[in-house]
Design a protein around this ligand. Structure first.
Ligand code: ATP
Length: 527
């Protein structure tokens, strides 16, 4: 089937076709309450449920928001039927927004593609229907988030875990390709995870349905021109150079995902999309120390600029990286434990990458792959107030706080000439400071670390004495010493595990000081 046959938003897809829809539209993507159904699409029921009656929004009890897409909100939903209270993820798309942004084509593609697919590792579309405002896609529920969330949290995966997840991706993509479909936007965010931690490939809105005569990976890109460019970091060079995608563009993305799972960041990542694209077309990437050698060989074979020279998915299966891996019934086997991959520290990988990682964490545009904590400082503080105003305000706050706590005044006084005082608030006491190596995946950098009594954990650049980022403190923060080591610890936060190596302090001192503050209450003065 050619893309144009599904690309006009009419036909059998559950897309808005009439201007009336525009006038009736009230649904806001952030409003989780669906409006009453007024119409129903002629969508086919799922293969497993043929002949079932059509559903309406009132057949479901809608729950929490599972995620937001550019044109949709995805809600948890339970079917009202007491005999079968099945749970789903319902993607609700605002018709007016879709028409306005001319995205009907993509909605139609997503529906047609999902209807054509039925595989345990691909998210299932059970029903579609619509009301005056919205389109509803009732999808198989993936309860455990997505791969990106786990890589961010852990830093990177062990080789076994990376092998397992890349194998599942290969199996799912082989199936998708066998149906004459190229995904075109493979990335860790689009790899959802079910309650057994098996993958559910999703987001087919930008998929391409190949013509039967061009459904081969070796077809020259120029024969398959299109206007879509996927997510910057996983985008293939042929998509950038010729606006062409074939099955081997998905192979490229799988190479990027394997690299990302093992290294902790994608191979091509500039400070903005333009720079990322430049790196891709120049094939500018490198392997960090500790990158497993068989995986390195496989990634090098996949990330080649000439799409025709890339291995097929069958070639990848046969690669040494998968030696001994059993490909049958992977989706029925227990998924591997996900634990951070902890390479041995080496002096070599510290420093070279520091400036690159800083750029990632502070100035990246688009998808935020850097430290979430770097984003929480208020970038406008120094613009909104002059230095004098800030100092005056801080002095007043300090007076108020120390008046209520004379002990604090003594402690602050003792730190008047501390060289790091300018990095903390006037009312904040530095409890401990030192040098750490901060690891993220296979990348690491040396940083100063300050623990304050607020409590806060702040990273700073030891050369410039400039604050860099902060570990978000909450009562869910936990410290864990790594084995019997006197050097390494994990600081676990809900979204990320920080892997720190203490350079000039016994790590137990850090752990004890942090733990003590976790159990101590102190009111945080408002800024
Ligand atoms: N089947 C599902 N189970 C659980 N959560 C889901 C499911 N489908 C989507 N989500 C959540 O909703 C978010 C948005 O969904 P999706 O990516 O399909 O929307 P989109 O509009 O296609 O997004 P994008 O703007 O990235 O193209 C996902 O990132 C995910 O967190």
């Amino acid at each position: 089937m050619s893309s144009s046959s599904v690309g006009d938003g009419t036909g059998t897809a559950a897309t808005p076709a009439s201007a009336t829809d525009l006038h009736q539209s009230h649904f806001h993507p952030h409003d989780p309450t669906p409006a009453p159904a007024t119409t129903e699409s002629a969508s086919p029921p799922p293969a497993s449920d043929s002949g079932a009656r059509k559903r309406t929004p009132s057949d479901f009890v809608f729950g929490r928001v599972l995620g937001e897409g550019s044109y949709s909100t995805v809600l948890h939903a339970t079917e009202r039927d007491p005999a079968a209270p099945n749970q789903y993820a319902v993607k609700i798309l605002d018709k007016r927004h879709i028409i306005k942004e001319k995205k009907t084509k993509y909605v139609a593609i997503e529906k047609d593609v999902l209807n054509a697919l039925d595989h345990p590792l691909v998210v299932k579309l059970y029903y579609t229907f619509q009301d005056a405002q919205s389109l509803y896609f009732v999808l198989e529920l993936a309860r455990d988030g997505d791969l990106l969330g786990f890589v961010r949290k852990l830093g990177c995966f062990t080789e076994d875990a990376a092998r397992f997840y890349v194998a599942e991706i290969i199996i799912a993509v082989e199936y998708v390709h066998s149906k004459g479909i190229v995904h075109r936007d493979l990335k860790p965010e689009n790899i959802l995870l079910d309650e057994n931690m098996h993958i559910k490939l999703t987001d087919f809105g930008t998929a391409k349905i190949l013509d039967s005569d061009s459904a081969d990976a070796s077809t020259p890109p120029s024969e398959k021109r299109n206007s879509f460019v996927g997510t910057a970091e996983y985008c293939s060079p042929e998509l950038l150079n010729d606006r062409a995608a074939s099955k081997s563009s998905d192979v490229w993305a799988i190479g990027c995902i394997l690299y990302h799972l093992l290294a902790g960041k994608p191979p091509f990542k500039g400070v903005n999309e333009y720079q990322t694209f430049q790196k891709i077309i120049k094939l500018e990437y490198e392997f960090p120390d500790g990158f497993p050698s068989a995986a390195r060989d496989l990634v090098s074979a996949v990330l080649v600029l000439d799409a025709a020279k890339r291995p097929s998915l069958a070639d990848i299966r046969a690669h040494a990286f998968f030696a001994g891996f059993h490909w049958t019934d992977v989706h029925l086997r227990p998924a591997p434990d996900l634990r951070p991959f902890l390479p041995a520290a080496s002096a070599h990988d510290i420093g070279d990458l520091t400036s690159e990682m800083d750029a990632l964490t502070t100035t990246g545009t688009g998808q935020f792959h850097g430290d979430v904590d770097a984003a929480i400082r208020d970038p406008f503080e120094n613009i909104l107030a002059t230095r004098g105003e800030v100092e005056e305000r801080e002095e007043k706050e300090k007076e108020a706080v120390v008046a209520a706590d004379p002990e604090l005044e003594k402690r602050l006084h003792a730190q008047t000439s501390h060289p790091l005082r300018h990095l903390v608030l006037p009312t904040e006491v530095i409890v401990m400071d030192g040098t750490v190596v901060k690891r993220k995946g296979l990348f690491s950098k040396k940083r100063g670390l300050i623990l304050t009594d607020l409590p806060r954990l702040l990273f700073f650049d030891e050369k410039t004495l400039v604050a860099k980022s902060e570990i978000p403190w909450s009562d869910r923060l936990k410290v864990e010493l790594k084995g019997s080591s006197s050097k390494h610890m994990f600081v676990h936060t809900p979204k990320r595990t920080y892997y720190l190596e203490a350079v000039n302090n016994d790590v137990r001192k850090w752990a004890d000081a942090i733990s003590a503050l976790l159990h101590k209450d102190r009111e945080i003065p408002s800024p």
